[in-house]
Design a protein around this ligand. Structure first.
Ligand code: DGY
Length: 318
């Protein structure tokens, strides 16, 4: 057992078990994200790293690990935390965990759409505060979902899984893709420009990866162009939305509400959002079901072991 692997945060046991059977592993001993200095210290001499989206894996981390590093297995479908180019230039394989979290993240997206439109979180706080005195015709009026228009920014696996659920709500589906137009294959949906999508949608849901092109794709101008009755959900990556602009849009009622699972500078939340009742703030729990997080652990471990054994991993990203 010559392979030496570092796991940057405790993940579900079955994944660790798989690694333990074949390598020497060390797991971050703390119940928190490692500081940069700690990370740089722990990685030294490892042939594999099992990392999280909370770890910035750049050239300094690869230097600190050493030239024996063969694989960085990210415990996420997203991999914007890793410098892929740098890894490639060093011959380090980077892997991720797509597929298994698709339906779970789509479920959470729908939980957020329904919770923000029907003011569930506000209602819960209201009831707990002892304010529910009698049925009231004007209490907590929200927006309907059935029959409305749902616009997608990003239509990969997760976006499509959200769209399949939207069928049950008889929704009209619009999709933005910078290079596509016409009918969306296999879906009763059409491609439209970003400006048309924002103007026409009652719900705008973000499912794009974070890239240079998508960073701050939704800013003040875009939010201004949405319906004042519309809702925005983001279960993809925080920096796709300009959070300061969103806080202003919500405060000044340019849109009716937003439900977020991701933030520009996680775990920091823009202070302008914290006092608003028309936003739901979830702590990045899109894939957080026991079943899915366990499958992610197994896949991340399998990816890592495959590379160490000189085989092709299930999910290589570079
Ligand atoms: C991912 O996988 O990229 C999610 O953000 C966390 O599961």
């Amino acid at each position: 057992m010559s392979w030496n692997v570092f796991v940057t945060r405790r993940i579900p046991e079955p994944g660790l078990e798989l690694l333990r059977n074949e390598c020497q592993i060390e797991v971050n001993p703390h119940d928190r994200v490692l500081t940069r200095e700690e990370l740089l210290g722990f990685v030294k001499g490892r042939s594999g790293l099992l990392t999280l989206l909370t770890d910035k894996i750049d050239s300094a981390v690869m230097d600190a690990t050493g030239s024996q590093l063969k694989v960085i297995s990210n415990y996420a479908v997203g991999y914007d935390n890793i410098d892929l180019k740098e890894a490639k230039s060093r011959g380090i394989v980077v892997t991720n965990t797509p597929g298994v979290l698709t339906e779970t993240t789509a479920d959470l997206t729908w939980a957020l759409i329904m919770a923000i439109a029907r003011r569930i979180v506000e209602g819960d706080a209201f009831t707990r505060a002892g304010k529910y005195k009698a049925w009231d015709p004007l209490l907590l009026l929200g927006g309907d979902i059935f029959g409305k228009t749902l616009g997608f920014i990003g239509f990969g696996r997760i976006g499509q899984a959200v769209a399949r659920r939207a069928k049950g709500f008889n929704m009209k589906l619009l999709v933005y893709h910078p290079k596509k137009s016409g009918v969306v294959p296999d879906f009763d949906a059409r491609y439209v420009s970003l400006s048309d999508l924002l103007k026409e949608s009652d719900f705008v849901s973000i499912h794009a990866p974070l890239t240079q092109e998508t960073r701050h794709l939704i800013g003040g101008k875009e939010l201004r162009s949405m319906k004042s009755t519309a809702y925005l959900t983001n279960t993809a990556r925080g920096p796709i939305v300009d959070e300061a602009a969103l806080a202003k849009a919500l405060k000044d009622k340019w849109i009716a509400g937003a439900a977020l699972d991701v933030y520009e500078e996680e775990p920091k939340i823009h202070p302008g959002l914290l006092d608003l009742s028309n936003v739901i703030l979830a702590p990045h729990i899109g894939s957080a079901s026991l079943e899915t997080r366990t499958k992610m652990a197994l896949i991340a471990a399998e990816n890592l072991l495959a590379v160490l054994k000189g085989k092709e991993p299930l999910h290589r990203v570079n």
